[in-house]
Design a binder for this molecule. Structure first.
Ligand SMILES: *[C@@H]1O[C@H](CO)[C@@H](O)[C@H](O)[C@H]1NC(C)=O
Ligand SMILES: *[C@@H]1O[C@H](CO)[C@@H](O)[C@H](O)[C@H]1NC(C)=O
Ligand SMILES: *[C@@H]1O[C@H](CO)[C@@H](O)[C@H](O)[C@H]1NC(C)=O
Ligand SMILES: *[C@@H]1O[C@H](CO)[C@@H](O)[C@H](O)[C@H]1NC(C)=O
Length: 315
């Protein structure tokens, strides 16, 4: 679901024909007095997710539903999926997926079994694809880390925007440098659905002395629903077109006093347009060429905003 020919062509065209960050209208003004009420809405409850159990139930349902469907018993398939969907809603999965699932369970307009089976299958697939984000720990579990913020000379001031938006895709993302704010809108139109910013280092970075990346004072839109990705590229990625490493992160509890720590060891799977490159090496912190931030479907659909006080390396 993540990749398609269209998106690949779009991205290639984008990279070839434009090198400037796309302009997007300002949905949020981080300095406007009205923004904190919608944006800094503190949440104290964690999502009590049991994602692995949901994934197990889905796998079981598909093992029954798919053969039934292929044998022509579409009603059985739809029934198994519907029953499983109801069972999953009691587990507490991430809220965006939960509301999608509840809506489809109650959607009596999809009255025929075939449409119902496919609608539920699509939601099941997005649950299976969902990765739990790394989140800041509310307590200082690692008191001994040293934070080294990125310096002005290290990180170029203006990132490159990489969107799905040249050949019909309409997702947008912009960066406000002085406020460390990434905002925009992802759209599913034309099979798109992501917006990202990339900082290319003027010089390859040797980060082997550090443990990972930190982000301090992280805040973002729809805390319980939106997740974002941090992107890293090393020398090996430069040899494989559109390859990079990504880690999913979020701040559902809007923890402010502890930084989010993202160890380099989490960047263990090289990918290309959302597909894992099997047998590829792990991220090599000795030769880092690029860092980025991404908002992408299915967790971010529509307007989004992410901001932080500071980021850098932790040692
Ligand atoms: C947070 O959001 C809820 C509903 O989403 C709203 O009722 C509440 O007033 C908000 N709180 C603040 C501090 O804006
Ligand atoms: C999730 O499901 C597993 C397996 O059914 C169970 O052992 C575990 O306690 C559940 N965790 C939560 C947080 O509900
Ligand atoms: C759809 O049908 C179910 C029973 O199959 C019922 O419980 C539900 O209320 C119906 N929803 C709507 C919106 O009519
Ligand atoms: C990177 O730095 C480490 C020491 O921190 C050093 O041992 C290594 O040789 C350096 N690698 C490169 C490619 O410069």
């Amino acid at each position: 679901m993540h990749s398609s020919i269209t998106m690949k062509v779009t991205l290639r065209a984008y990279l070839l024909f434009t090198a400037t960050c796309s302009s997007a209208r300002a949905f949020y003004n981080p300095h406007s007095p009205s923004s904190p009420s919608t944006f800094l809405n503190m949440s104290t409850t964690s999502p009590s997710t049991n994602l692995s159990q949901a994934k197990q139930l889905i796998s079981k349902a598909i093992s029954i539903g798919a053969p039934a469907y292929n044998a022509g018993d579409i009603n059985k398939c739809a029934t198994v999926y519907q029953d499983t969907a109801k069972e999953i809603t009691s587990l507490g999965i991430p809220s965006a997926l939960q509301s999608e699932l509840l809506a489809e369970i109650d959607n009596n307009e999809t009255s025929n079994d075939n449409a119902k089976a496919w609608a539920l299958r699509r939601i099941f697939d997005s649950i299976v694809d969902y990765t739990l984000p790394l989140t800041p720990s509310p307590e200082p579990t690692i008191p001994s880390v040293t934070l080294e913020p990125f310096t002005q000379t290290q990180l170029p001031n203006e990132p490159l925007g990489v969107m799905d938006n040249v050949m019909g895709g309409i997702s947008r993302g912009s960066w406000i440098s002085k406020a460390n704010t990434f905002f925009g809108e992802t759209s599913l139109a034309n099979n798109g659905g992501f917006a990202s910013l990339r900082w290319r280092f003027p010089q390859k970075q040797n980060w082997s002395y550090a443990k990972g990346i930190y982000i301090k004072g992280l805040r973002h839109s729809k805390p319980m629903e939106h997740t974002f990705r941090i992107i890293l590229k090393d020398d090996n990625c430069e040899r494989v077109r559109l390859a990079n490493y990504k880690v999913v992160f979020a701040n559902p509890d809007q923890v402010q006093d502890q930084p989010l720590l993202i160890p380099f060891t989490e960047f263990d799977q090289m990918e290309q347009m959302g597909n894992s490159l099997v047998g590829s090496p792990s991220f090599n912190p000795m030769v880092v060429t690029e860092i980025g931030i991404m908002a992408i479907k299915p967790t971010v659909v529509g307007e989004f905003q992410l901001e932080f006080e500071e980021w850098g390396l932790y040692v």
